[in-house]
Write a protein that binds this ligand. Structure first.
Ligand code: NAD
Ligand code: LMR
Length: 342
């Protein structure tokens, strides 16, 4: 879970180590929305992975130039561009991991749910193509509102008869990345050591950092807990406001998504020690989808980690109960949309 923090030898060795890089595995990854604010830096980071042999970049426009540009990096994977719906099927055939950052981002004053009307339809169309062309792939959904777009994807996959709940993920890695950063800063810890599980969903109060479960074990005052929790919950808005109309988090998101892709590829490759937080189908609470730590394996989610929800502090327990109605409503809104379209 320490993507890019513990450099692998291949990256750390020497200035020309990329020339010497041999592919260490041959996975195919597709990025849908690859010409966008997240898509471009995310594609660059995936291009750096020695586990990837083929990188398929899809968007409705402007993807040819991004692919030409990236293809000049002397790292192992080939880069192939696909433009427009007519090329989507070919983009997806044979792919192991599909990452979806397609869709519109927030502007100041908007909630993630305000993106529902546009992004729900985009995710639906893309998932239909995934179902038809690479139903066995791991599917990473970044498009907001994640709390609803993941249930939409599940429902579409069910309608197509190919839903595998172990392989559908809402990407909530950025919440963990932020929690780790903010806690390390506040408590003067070495970043590389800090790991904070973040559970629930990916919007406002549904984002619940479990600070009491921080590793290494740290003690916080009540004030620190309140301040850190609110900052982690509002970190997306912090970026939206700083960008002042030019979009939302793209670079930190690309970093976080690349970490989740790398973890997925390591799991596919047989590494038995891969844990990440993600928003997945879950029975840890009464809600059908819930973000928590998961163990990743060759077939996707190998296990949820129920112990994270045990022994919560009173603050966390209250926050958990408080987020459930909003998360439930967002899940139902997603299901409702997909069922109406069927
Ligand atoms: P952006 O507008 O810069 O890029 C989006 C890209 O999607 C564009 O290139 C656009 O052409 C493409 N696109 C639009 N419709 C498409 C379709 N039908 N098929 C394929 N591609 C299509 O936006 P961005 O900043 O990259 O953000 C993308 C999404 O990611 C937003 O919904 C944003 O809210 C979300 N996001 C999620 C997280 C998270 O933590 N999960 C973090 C940041 C952003
Ligand atoms: C984030 O958390 O940065 C993303 O969900 C984008 C947003 O709208 O805040």
């Amino acid at each position: 879970s320490s993507f890019a923090l513990k450099p692998r030898k291949a990256f750390a060795n020497s200035s020309n180590s990329y020339n010497l890089l041999q592919p260490q595995a041959s996975y195919k990854v597709a990025v849908l929305g690859a010409a966008g604010g997240i898509g471009q830096p995310l594609s660059l980071l995936i291009k750096m992975s020695p586990l990837v042999s083929s990188l398929h970049l899809y968007d409705i426009a402007n993807v040819k130039g991004v692919a030409a540009d990236l293809s000049h990096c002397n790292t192992p994977s080939e880069v192939i561009d696909f433009t427009g719906h007519g090329e989507l099927a070919n983009c997806l055939k044979g792919v192991n991991v599909v990452v979806i950052p397609a869709g519109v981002p927030r502007k100041p004053g908007m909630t993630r749910d305000d993106l529902f009307n546009i992004n729900a339809g985009i995710v639906k169309t893309l998932i239909e193509a995934v179902a038809d062309n690479c139903p066995d792939a791991f599917i990473h959904i970044i498009s907001n509102p994640v709390n609803s777009t993941v249930p939409i994807a599940a429902e579409i996959l069910k309608q197509k008869g190919v839903y595998d709940p172990k392989k559908l993920f809402g990407v909530s890695t950025l919440d963990v990345v932020r929690a780790n950063t903010f806690v390390a800063q506040k408590k003067n810890l070495k970043l590389i050591d800090v790991d904070v599980p973040v559970v629930g969903g990916h919007a406002g109060i549904t984002i619940l950092p479990l600070l009491s479960k921080t590793k290494p074990s740290v003690s916080f005052t009540d004030e620190e807990i309140q301040e850190l929790t609110v900052r982690i919950q509002n970190a997306g808005t912090e970026v939206v406001e700083a960008k002042a109309g030019a979009g939302s988090a793209t670079l930190s998101m690309a970093y976080a998504a690349a970490r989740f892709v790398e973890s997925s590829l390591r799991a596919l490759d047989g590494d038995g020690d891969v844990y990440e937080c993600a928003y997945v189908q879950s029975d840890l609470t009464e809600l059908p989808f819930f973000a928590s730590r998961i163990k990743l394996g060759r077939d996707g989610v190998e296990a949820l980690i129920p112990s994270d929800l045990q022994g919560l502090t009173e603050y966390e327990q209250k926050a958990l109960e408080a987020l459930k109605p909003e998360l439930k409503a967002s899940i139902e809104k997603g299901f409702g949309f997909a069922q109406k379209q069927a």
